[in-house]
Design a protein around this ligand. Structure first.
Ligand code: AMP
Ligand code: MG
Length: 413
């Protein structure tokens, strides 16, 4: 009789354990704010000024004292002209100031009238056809950012809007986390690099290495430097040699394939020969054979992550486990993808013992359609879908059920 199987580690437990190993990398550096998109801030950014710095006009028009415009039809002389970039004089009572968008509102004025509500008379005075509300069309000093505010926190992954925000408080350079150095290789005697052999000349049993392309692209999107160690044959000695070479100078070794239980799967024993295997097999579908370990090198050790070879398994284990890990290495605090409640417009009649990730796509009715072939080798399902349903173990799905949806935009950026 076979001994009872140990229950597999849950995805949440595995992720918590991985993040526990992901000590943020040392060696932050300075980059131009122009070049900081996608990088992770290694400093708090505190504003030493108000943004905007002064009360200023929202409109092209006239700045007035409301007390001078008690009724529509009032006519006022124009005492000054204030364009953006200049500072005017205090507004003399009983006059209006010609003002333009972004120009500071002069002291004494308490409202701006848009020029569409004003009529310039022959003699240069202005007739005002509306009664202003106090504060109207004035952008207040500090309404975006107040002096002393922490505008961006260390650990923030910068996006275009945040570059603009940093620039708005005068920061032309930013301290960012060092890029993780990742060594990538694929295992499998069947693998051929596209370009090395044309499709008509592929030997029987050979397939193209597709994982390398999306894994490399996803790593680059996450701010990593990627060193490509090519394809490693299905031999123990070659696998050990490749892991040893890849550990030097890299923070993380990422492999695909060879991590299951077959005789041709050499990753696990090779990692154990060189270092430690801390985690292997997770209760998720696809993606069960995922592995994590550490391999000693000159100074300290390199993290090791082994992804299953099947392309969809590789893709999803990357998205759900490697992605948060490499973000944490850069100091990101919360890298968990957001899921949302969406209506399923499909049937999933057979529950699985593992938590499943089903490739789906939004339809025009706001519900989700299921890709017809959920096989872990069918990469088309990922290209077709716009996300996955995160389906709990033991759960069937009927049309109309509410399911948890994770968008690929959450997993790929
Ligand atoms: P393995 O995890 O090595 O047992 O591989 C599982 C399946 O994924 C096999 O059908 C392999 O041929 C396929 N596979 C492994 N690596 C790759 C790769 N880099 N690109 C495409 N398919 C792969
Ligand atoms: Mg293999």
């Amino acid at each position: 009789m076979r001994p009872p199987m140990k229950p597999l580690k849950s995805l949440d437990e595995a992720l918590a354990e991985l993040l526990g190993h992901a000590t943020p990398l040392e060696g932050a550096g300075t980059v131009s704010t122009f070049d900081a998109d996608g990088r992770v801030l290694a400093q708090d950014c505190t504003s030493v000024l108000h943004v905007p710095p002064l009360d200023n006009s929202f409109m092209d028009g006239y700045a007035v004292r409301c007390a001078d415009v008690a009724a529509a039809g009032v006519e006022l002389p124009v005492s000054q002209r204030i364009a953006a970039g200049s500072a005017g004089e205090p507004l003399q009572p009983g006059t209006a100031a010609r003002i333009f968008t972004g120009a500071p509102v002069p002291a004494g004025a308490d409202a701006v009238l848009m020029q569409e509500d004003c009529e310039v008379l022959e003699d240069g005075r202005v007739r005002i056809h509306a009664v202003p509300r106090p504060g109207q069309w004035i952008r207040r000093a500090g309404e975006d950012i107040t002096r002393g505010a922490v505008v961006l926190q260390a650990g923030t992954r910068l996006t275009p809007a945040e570059l603009g925000l940093a620039a708005s408080i005068g920061m032309h350079q930013l301290q960012v986390a060092r890029r993780p150095r990742v060594a990538l290789f694929s295992t499998g005697d069947e693998l051929v690099m596209p370009g090395d052999v044309p499709p008509q000349q592929m030997r029987p049993g050979a397939i193209y290495n597709s994982n390398r392309f999306f894994l490399r692209a996803m790593l680059l999107r996450l701010g990593c430097e990627v060193a490509d160690f090519g394809i490693v044959p299905d031999r123990r000695d070659a696998t050990i040699e490749a892991l040893r070479a890849a550990s030097s100078g890299h923070d993380l070794i990422l492999t695909s394939g060879g991590v299951s239980v077959g005789e041709e799967d050499h990753i696990k024993p090779a990692v154990q020969a060189l270092g430690t295997l801390d985690l292997w097999q997770i209760a998720m579908k696809p993606g069960k054979p995922f592995a994590y370990g550490q391999i000693p090198r000159e100074n300290g050790s390199a993290h090791f992550m082994g992804l299953p070879g099947n392309p969809v398994s590789s893709f999803l284990t990357f998205a759900l486990l490697v992605r948060p890990f490499v973000l944490r290495l850069q100091g990101v605090r919360d890298a968990a993808p957001q899921s949302m409640a969406v209506r399923a417009d499909f049937t999933w009649p057979k529950a699985d013992r593992r938590r499943e990730f089903l490739r789906v796509r939004h339809n025009a009715m706001g519900g989700l359609d299921l890709f017809g072939h959920q096989g872990s080798g069918v990469l088309t399902s990922v290209a077709w879908g716009d996300g996955v349903v995160d389906n709990p173990a033991g759960q069937t799905i009927a049309p109309g059920d509410t399911v948890r949806f994770i968008a690929f935009s959450e997993l790929l950026s």
